[in-house]
Design a binder for this molecule. Structure first.
Ligand code: NI
Length: 158
């Protein structure tokens, strides 16, 4: 984290009370400033992951019946086809029929979502959910890539 800058915010009293209740629910280590910083990071991450080209992390949790026709093969093939994005996976044999698999991916938002859609759309997958996140802009050293050379002055919103 870079140096802290103080600023004042005007807020309706009842919204402020809600903020304090929210802060209290977040746990003992959180104060009002910390809660606001977390909210800002969360908003920035939410915005980042919507960008199809943004580098994100995706955690896909899915449940399937391993008896379904060559389902394991199909799910593995999709993952092997994207081995640079599929970072890790964990498989749990839940009961006689059902398997739970957690797949961690990283890569461009659109690619990660595409892999997730392919896996969840495979016949025999019962249900699942993709959770996406990114490192908050302040937390990583980012490079700006430009498709062309340019000399004009510009500022980046990060
Ligand atoms: Ni299994």
């Amino acid at each position: 984290m870079s140096e802290l800058t103080r600023f004042s915010v005007a807020m309706p009293a009842d919204l402020m009370e809600e903020l304090d209740r929210y802060t209290a629910r977040r746990g003992v280590a959180k104060n009002r400033s910390e809660a606001i910083r977390d909210l800002v990071r969360s908003a920035l991450v939410d915005e980042t992951v919507e960008d199809p080209d943004a580098q994100i992390f995706g955690t896909l949790t899915m449940v399937f019946d391993h008896h379904a026709n060559d389902l394991r093969d199909k799910l593995d093939s999709i993952q092997h086809a994207h081995c640079s994005e599929v970072v890790s996976s964990m498989h749990v044999h839940v009961d006689e029929h059902n398997c739970l698999e957690v797949i961690i991916m990283k890569g461009a938002s659109s690619v990660v979502r595409g892999i997730s859609d392919a896996l969840l759309g495979t016949k025999g997958v019962l249900h699942g959910k993709l959770v996406v996140t990114a490192i908050a802009p302040e937390g990583h050293t980012h490079e700006h890539e430009h498709a062309h050379e340019h000399t004009h002055e510009h500022t980046h919103e990060f």
